[in-house]
Design a protein around this ligand. Structure first.
Ligand code: G6P
Length: 607
């Protein structure tokens, strides 16, 4: 899970190439490098440990020159974070230079074979094995294309590769196997990228490669072929709908805050998704005997929220399994639907769950943000959520939009199964339409207060996030947000579970947050408050996130964030936004790296 960029033009591309990997940094940012070549056929490589701007300054990227180049920003998976392990990697004679994402599983055998032939390895990466393999094949075959393709055929595992070579000066060779890669088609240059952020500054026309394909790109044209057969593939150029401005911060200090503030608009978009698409998905869900929802990290909790909406409004309980565990647990067959939730559409674990499902002849579906992503192209049923680029590594707006889409599908399924009436569904849909304004009001009126609470409590190192019913997955997702962005330990659990062990932890260094249902949800409301009381009885601090009630008595909270009276159908979603702000402000108080938290990457494309 790293970023690859490549440009071929007839003018100098150095600054453009550095910009391209800067735009890909959210995919990984522990080291980076560039390789440039000009007419003379000499490839210069410069790389080091650190983020793009830092390494660019240290290694003088902008003093390099060339009209063809590849670049990489890395999130280490194979070999430590060192200069030697950063990309690009070159063959011993420097005639071939490549960047690579993914993991080559047979790298040990290949390394031994190449070692016997006298190849020396400078790094611990599987990538260096690939470049020596290409060099070895070239020595045998004398043609760059044959060498490249033959090397690809020998690789097992996953890869997206871009290569330049002194033996074929004006071309970028690239290939893809279960790791994203696409081409950008410009008027006077062509591009390669792990995603469109690599070249969206320069062109919006893209060509998507499929698994098992390679492409040869010159400044004027490109050709796509199959690795297995060498046959040319006709592939249309598609126009991307996103532009760079949409992806920029727009005056906010961090993308995370900008994306939190975009939520009213993003919810509108999720509500504007064509009803026919939602109905098709609902039909697919109820037509199969078994219905699974999968995702990982935030999207696992999104799936869990969906599970409650399906249970509460459609009368079915889908099996929700974290995609990293999917193949060890899910008994899928031809009578199953597996619905994947993913912002990027590229997360390896979730892709594997879909592959597992497909291999067992299950129907597949996905709710995804990134158009043209691997998952988007492999499933039988697709809903594109249309949330626009999400740049912060922490998912906020995309996750909220997915929850809304799932709630809409659950309502449709409920009507189809006659679990609720069409009239009831209409009422709930109207309530959903109130959500954008409610979020807007919350952002405008409560942010400063939430900021003050976060500041006051920022010395606390342990947090418990508690909720019951549909508020339970909200608690878990909120705890994950807190961990990801503020590095503060947080655990989410059902509030009823607390008394079965965890209550022993209550002390001065542990705060609790209680996601309180609306007063109308009588049982849930009462039960949740009794958990808060259990903590207060042990002198624990409890932050209540609750809605206005008619009650006269004080609720058992140390501090509270009180939201206006809200229909229970949309109440959990509003609390999700409160949790976004709470974790954001905790993290800014602790001076964390908000948009690029340590050790995380936006899309984890490795197992
Ligand atoms: C990574 C990110 C998580 C994200 C998960 C799923 O682990 O760090 O924040 O929730 O991937 O990503 P996806 O793109 O599939 O939604």
């Amino acid at each position: 899970m790293c970023g690859i960029a490549g440009i071929v033009a007839h003018e100098d591309i150095t600054a453009k190439l550095v910009d391209s990997i800067r735009n890909l940094e959210y995919r990984g940012y522990d080291s980076c490098g560039v390789a440039l070549m000009n007419g003379s056929g000499v490839i210069s490589v410069s790389k080091n440990v650190g983020a793009v701007d830092e390494v660019s300054e240290k290694e003088n990227f902008l003093k390099m020159s060339g009209n063809i180049g590849i670049a990489h920003t890395r999130w280490a998976t194979h070999g430590n974070v060192t200069k030697a392990n950063s990309h690009p990697h070159s063959s011993g004679n420097k005639a071939f230079t490549i960047t690579h994402n993914g993991i080559v599983s047979n790298h040990d055998n290949l390394r031994t074979e190449l070692g016997k032939k006298g190849y020396k390895f400078k790094s611990g990466t599987d990538t260096e094995v690939i470049v020596h393999l290409i060099d070895d094949q070239f020595k045998k075959l004398g043609s760059v294309e044959s060498a490249f393709v033959n090397a690809m055929r020998k690789l097992e595992g996953t890869y997206a590769i871009a290569m330049i070579t002194a033996h074929d000066k004006g071309k970028i060779y690239c290939s893809r196997m279960e790791s994203p890669l696409l081409l950008g088609v410009g008027s006077d240059a062509n591009y390669v990228g792990s995603d469109f952020n690599a070249f969206i500054n320069y062109t919006k026309s893209a060509v998507f490669l499929e698994d098992g394909e390679y492409a040869i790109v010159t400044h004027e044209n490109h050709v796509v072929k199959k690795i297995a057969t060498g046959k040319t593939v006709e592939r249309d150029v598609q126009e991307l709908q996103w532009d760079l401005e949409m992806a920029q911060k727009g005056g906010f200090p961090h993308y995370m805050l900008k994306e939190i503030y975009e939520q009213p608009q993003i919810v509108h978009r999720a509500l504007d998704i064509d009803g026919a698409e939602i109905r098709e998905m609902a039909k697919a869900a109820i037509n199969q005997k078994n219905f699974f929802i999968t995702g990982v990290g935030t999207t696992f909790y999104v799936a869990q929220i969906g599970q409650y909406y399906f249970s509460n409004y459609a009368g079915i309980t889908p099996m929700v399994i974290s995609s990293d565990e999917f193949r060890f647990l899910a008994q899928v067959d031809s009578k199953s639907l597996v619905l994947a939730i993913s912002q990027s559409g590229e997360t390896y674990d979730t892709l594997s769950a879909l592959r597992h499902a497909k291999a067992r002849k299950a129907k597949t579906a996905a709710i995804i943000n990134v158009m043209g992503s691997s998952m988007a192209r492999m499933v039988d049923h697709l809903v594109l959520q249309g949330s626009g680029p999400e740049i912060c590594v922490i998912s906020t707006k995309a996750a909220l939009a997915q929850m809304i889409v799932l709630a809409r599908i659950a309502l449709e399924a409920g009507v189809m199964r006659k679990h609720i009436t069409a009239k009831e569904a209409k009422t709930k849909e109207k309530e959903l339409r109130k959500l954008p304004n409610a979020i807007d009001k919350l952002l405008n009126e409560q942010s400063a207060f939430i900021h003050a609470i976060a500041k006051k409590q920022s010395n606390i190192r342990h947090w418990l996030f508690l909720g019951r019913g549909r508020y339970y997955p909200v608690a878990r997702e909120s705890a994950l947000k807190m961990k990801e962005v503020s590095y503060v330990h947080a655990e989410g659990m059902p509030s009823g579970f607390l008394k079965h062990g965890t209550i022993a932890l209550i002390d001065d260094d542990l705060n609790s947050v209680v996601f309180t249902p609306t007063e109308d949800e009588k049982d849930l409301f009462k039960l949740t408050l009794s958990s808060a009381e259990e903590i207060r009885a042990r002198n624990g601090y409890v932050l209540g996130i609750r809605f206005k009630t008619k009650l006269k008595q004080k609720l058992p909270f140390s501090d509270e964030i009180v939201l206006p009276k809200t229909p229970s159908f949309i109440a959990p979603f509003l609390q999700v936004v409160v949790a976004h702000l709470l974790s954001y402000f905790t993290a800014t108080t602790l001076k964390r790296n908000i948009d690029r938290p340590r050790a995380l990457a936006k899309s984890v494309t490795v197992e």
